[in-house]
Design a protein around this ligand. Structure first.
Ligand code: S3P
Length: 452
């Protein structure tokens, strides 16, 4: 059993304490994982629904909104811009009601906005803020203060916004909104956040904004815009949105987060005698490269009860302990599994032939420099790993040794190494374990529930 100190009732308090108190989790090897797991609502979809329903006309109901701190940051920002929301019970479920005020309904915030740890919040919301008739300052925590923003500043400036940033590229951003002009923009870096930022700004531009992407990235913004009535057309790697069209409030459902499910998928693969079901997980094809990679490596994963809701595909994943071969992840596949690299690295060490991950320079500018934080923590567990500026190479058939892990405040590092602890010899201590709350506050309590 993982020797968790926290219970599920701690999760709210833990989220509130995030960044102030350091929590430690102790994880011990387990005999097997069994049960049905429901992961929180998808983080990417939740951000988009919160922003778009705020600028839609009327009350929208959002089912299964992410419980993670990042998505609460987005709601708090929208509230500071004059959009109220509340959580209410509908048929025994917690549902978010957002009182949208239309595309021109935001008001100037009294103070600077706080995006917390959330790159999605600051980058996507910048697109909306660029189209306002007022100035907004938006900041975040110490991790966010180091993340590159030039990728949104450049296109938004071309559209006519005026943006100040630290050293021209880091938060806080001061965004002076303007009447925007439509642009035809080719993304230099494959990024769904940047694509979305430009599409959201495009809602405020006169004419048709076009975004061209080098490879297909997650398309939740395009799907949500279509659901809410925007004028949007999508061809492979080219998205067009026309400015000025109103968005209409709607009842929406957020699928479970596949990137959160990834931790339990890998846990069930590596802990002997495990079989779990992950229920109601988002299976949007722009997100499921993880499943292809895992299956190629030998994972026994079944997809069941597939359905479509609000343009997003949802289903159950049944997974059981499997012999994992190993593999190479590169090019567009690396981009498509970029959030899952921490947990895939753990799997790589336990695989037969090891795992090589190439073309992963973007990992250097995530919540932490993940090439460094993965390497550091794998070494703490006695695992051999080689890295370059953009690659991780983890030989297979390695034994994990229980160790003291540092999450470095990164949610996915905390959770990946908690899972590693299940398959290690001896106890593993996760320092700054509360970082998991950024996307998955229930993570440790669910782990405790399914462990035998
Ligand atoms: C996200 C896109 C990805 C991903 C992030 C969420 C999104 O980032 O890593 O966790 O919701 O659009 P990039 O756009 O920087 O690739």
């Amino acid at each position: 059993m993982p020797g968790s100190k926290a219970t599920s009732s701690d999760t709210v308090a833990r989220t509130q304490r995030y960044n102030t108190v350091s929590m430690v989790e102790s994880i011990s090897p387990v005999q097997g994982l069994h049960g049905v797991v429901t992961v929180p609502g998808d983080k990417s979809v939740s951000h988009r629904f919160a922003m778009l329903t705020s600028i839609a006309e009327g009350e929208s109901l959002i089912h299964n909104y992410s419980t993670g701190a990042d998505c609460q940051s987005t709601l708090a920002c929208m509230q500071a811009l004059g959009i109220s929301h509340e959580f209410k019970e509908v048929d025994g479920q917690r549902v978010l009601a957002v009182h949208g005020k239309g595309i021109h309904g935001l008001q100037q915030a009294a103070e600077q906005l706080d995006a917390g740890n959330s790159g999605s919040t600051i980058r996507m919301l910048s697109g909306i803020l660029a189209g306002q008739s007022f100035t907004t300052k938006i900041a975040g925590d110490s991790s966010l203060a180091k993340r590159p923003m030039k990728r949104v500043i450049t296109p938004l400036s071309q559209m006519g916004a005026h943006i100040e940033a630290v050293e021209g590229q880091f938060p806080p951003l001061t965004i002076k909104g303007s009447h925007l002009k439509a642009i035809d923009y080719e993304l230099p870096v494959a990024s769904a956040q940047v694509k979305s930022c430009i599409l959201l700004a495009g809602l405020y531009a006169n004419g048709e904004t076009i975004v061209r992407e080098p490879i297909v990235t997650r398309d939740h913004t395009e799907i949500a815009l279509r659901e809410l009535g925007a004028e949007i057309t999508v061809e492979p790697r080219i998205v067009r949105v026309r400015g000025g069209a109103p968005l209409v409030a709607k009842t929406l459902f957020v699928p479970g987060d596949l990137s959160s499910a990834a931790f339990f998928l890998v846990a069930a693969l590596i802990v002997p005698d495990s079989e779990i079901v992950l229920a109601g997980v988002g299976l949007n094809p722009t997100r499921t490269a993880l499943l292809d990679v895992l299956r190629c490596m030998g994972a026994a994963i079944k997809l069941l009860h597939i359905q479509q809701l609000n343009g997003e595909i949802i289903g159950n994943l049944e997974v059981r302990t499997s012999r994992i071969k190993g593999g190479v992840i590169e090019g567009a596949t690396t981009a498509a599994v970029i959030d899952e690299v921490p947990i895939l690295s753990v799997l790589g060490a336990l695989s037969e032939d090891g795992l090589v991950i190439r073309d992963a320079a973007e990992l250097r500018v995530k919540e932490t420099d993940r090439i460094k934080t993965i390497e550091d923590n794998l070494r703490r567990m006695g695992v051999e790993v080689r890295t370059t500026e953009s690659t991780l190479e983890i030989p297979g058939k390695q034994k994990l040794r229980g160790a003291t892990i540092d999450s470095f405040g990164d949610h996915r590092i905390a959770m990946a190494f908690a899972i590693a602890g299940l398959a290690a010899k001896g106890a593993t201590i996760i320092q700054d374990a509360e970082a998991a709350s950024v996307s998955f506050p229930e993570f440790y309590s669910i782990l405790k529930q399914i462990a035998r």
